[in-house]
Design a protein around this ligand. Structure first.
Ligand code: LLP
Length: 415
C-alpha cells in the first residue's frame, strides 16, 4: 500500500498533504495512517484464518491510545511489559482477557493489577518470578495463568541490542531448565499452566530464526507432554522486521505460513506478539529545516526534530529514510540531518542527498514503531504532537506537551 506517497509533487499521508498537517499542528509531529495500521493488523490476522489464534500487539512499539483502540476494535490482544501499559490498554478499551504480560522484572504491584484485571497469561521469565506470582495470586485468592518464556538459544541475526533469544541474554528461562521449572509450576497451588512462550529478538528479516526457534519450542512441548504437562497455547513472540532501507523482510502471510506448516498437527492456540511490523511503516516523523549550515567538510541540515524525539539513529545507528515533503528544484547535496540537541550523536540521518532550503519540510520515514514510545524530554524538549490521518481527515491523537508540564511535579528546596 502507498500510505505515504507523492501526489502532485508533494508527499501525502493517505490523501492529506503533509504541509497541511504542518500548518495545522506545527512541527515536529508524528503522523500515522489509519489505513496502514489496519492493513498491517489484518495481514497477520487473516493469514491465520481457520486456526485458533490471537495477535497480541506489542504495546511498547507505540502505546498511543488511538492506536491501541484501533487494534482493539479490530480484535487484537496486547502484549505488555508494565503495569503502565496495562492501564493504557484498559483505558483504550482493550480486552484484558486478550492480554499477555511479558518482562523480566514484574513487580508485586504489577502482578496484582494484572490478576485484578483478569489477563489471559503471564509470560514468566524466571523461577523467582514464578514463586512470587504464586504467592501474590494466593494472597488474592486467585490462580495465575502462566506460560514460561523459554530461551531457545537461536541467533536472530539482528542488532545485538535487540536480540533476546541467545544464551547470554537476560530474557526467559534456560532451555534445559524449562522442564524442571514447569514441574515446579505444576505443583504450585496458585499457578495454572496455560502455555509456552518465546521471543527471540526484533527486526528479524529472515524466516529461518523463527523456524529454528519454533522447532526447539515444539521439542520442549513434546517433552512436557511426556511429563504429563499439557499446554493450551504457544506464544511465539514478535520480531518480524520491516523495510527501512533495502531489507526484504518476509510478508506477514509468509511468516505465518512458516509457523503453521510446522503446527498443522498440533491442537494449540497460536499467539504472536508483533509490534514493529504493525506500526513501523504506518508512521513518519514530520520535521522542518531550521537552518542550513555549510561546514568545512560537511553540510548540515538542522531540523526541529532531534534524538529525543526519535532515538533510533543515535541509539542503534538505525537508518530511517528521509524524504523531502516537496523535493526542491535545486541541486542535491549531501547533508547530515541533525537536531538541536547538544550531542554530536544527535543525528537523524548521515549523508542524505537532498536539495533543501530553510523552512522545507522533511519526513523521517518508518518512524511509527519505537519512535514516540522511546522519546524523552532531554534538553527540556516537550514531546511532540501525534496526528492520525484517516482518508482526508486528520485527528490530533496526542497534544504537544507544554514546557510548564515538564517541571510541574518538581519542587524547589525551602528557603
Ligand atoms: N514481545 C516481546 C516479549 C518483546 O520483547 C518485543 C520487543 C516484542 C514482542 C515486539 O517485537 P517487534 O515485533 O516489535 O520486533 N527499541 C528497539 C526494539 C526493541 C524491541 C524489544 N522487544 C528498536 O527501536 O529497534
Amino acid at each position: 500500500m502507498n500510505t505515504f506517497q507523492p501526489i502532485s509533487g508533494e508527499l501525502h499521508a493517505e490523501s492529506v498533504p503533509l504541509s497541511r498537517i504542518a500548518r495545522e499542528y506545527a512541527t515536529p509531529c508524528y503522523v500515522y495512517s489509519r489505513a496502514a495500521l489496519t492493513e498491517a493488523y489484518r495481514s497477520f490476522d487473516t493469514a491465520f484464518a481457520g486456526r485458533e489464534h490471537l495477535v497480541c500487539y506489542a504495546v511498547k512499539a507505540n502505546p498511543n491510545l488511538a492506536i491501541l483502540n484501533l487494534f482493539a476494535r479490530l480484535g487484537a490482544g496486547f502484549d505488555l511489559v508494565s503495569g503502565g501499559e496495562l492501564q493504557r490498554v484498559l483505558a483504550a478499551g482493550g480486552d484484558p482477557r486478550k492480554v499477555v504480560f511479558s518482562g523480566v522484572g514484574k513487580s508485586e504491584n504489577e502482578m496484582r493489577q494484572a490478576l485484578e484485571a483478569g489477563i489471559l497469561c503471564f509470560n514468566v521469565e524466571s523461577e523467582g518470578e514464578l514463586l512470587r506470582l504464586n504467592q501474590v495470586a494466593g494472597s488474592m485468592g486467585k490462580s495465575a495463568p502462566v506460560s514460561l518464556r523459554v530461551n531457545p538459544d537461536v541467533d536472530p541475526k539482528t542488532h545485538p541490542y535487540i536480540s533476546t533469544g541467545l544464551k547470554g541474554n537476560k530474557f526467559g528461562v534456560a532451555y534445559d531448565d524449562a522442564p524442571r521449572i514447569y514441574r515446579l509450576a505444576s505443583e504450585l497451588p496458585h499457578i495454572s499452566i496455560q502455555g509456552i512462550d518465546c521471543h527471540i529478538g526484533s527486526q528479524i528479516t529472515e524466516l529461518s530464526p523463527f523456524a529454528d526457534a519454533l522447532d526447539k519450542v515444539l521439542e520442549l512441548v513434546d517433552r512436557l507432554e511426556r511429563d504429563g504437562i499439557t499446554l493450551h497455547h504457544l506464544d511465539l513472540g514478535g520480531g518480524v522486521g520491516i523495510r527501512y532501507q533495502d531489507e526484504t523482510p518476509p510478508p506477514a502471510a509468509e511468516y505465518v505460513r512458516t509457523l503453521l506448516d510446522k503446527l498443522a498437527a498440533r491442537p494449540h492456540k497460536i499467539i504472536i506478539e508483533p509490534g514493529r511490523a504493525l506500526v513501523g511503516n504506518a508512521g513518519l516523523l514530520l520535521t522542518k529545516v531550521e537552518y542550513l549550515k555549510h561546514g568545512e567538510s560537511k553540510n548540515f541540515a538542522i531540523v526541529d526534530a532531534a534524538m529525543n524525539d526519535l532515538a533510533r539513529p543515535a541509539l542503534y545507528d538505525a537508518f530511517h529514510d528521509i524524504q523531502a515533503v516537496r523535493p526542491g528544484a535545486g541541486v542535491q547535496q549531501s547533508y547530515e540531518v541533525v537536531g538541536p540537541v547538544c550531542e554530536s550523536g544527535d543525528f537523524l540521518g548521515h549523508d542524505r542527498q537532498l536539495a533543501l532550503e530553510e523552512g522545507d519540510l522533511l519526513a523521517i520515514m518508518s518512524a511509527g514503531a519505537y519512535g514516540m514510545s522511546m522519546s524523552s524530554n532531554y534538553n527540556t524538549r516537550p514531546r511532540v504532537a501525534e496526528v492520525m490521518v484517516d482518508g482526508d481527515k486528520t485527528y490530533l491523537v496526542r497534544e504537544r506537551e507544554q514546557v510548564a508540564a515538564l517541571f510541574a511535579g518538581e519542587r524547589k528546596l525551602p528557603d
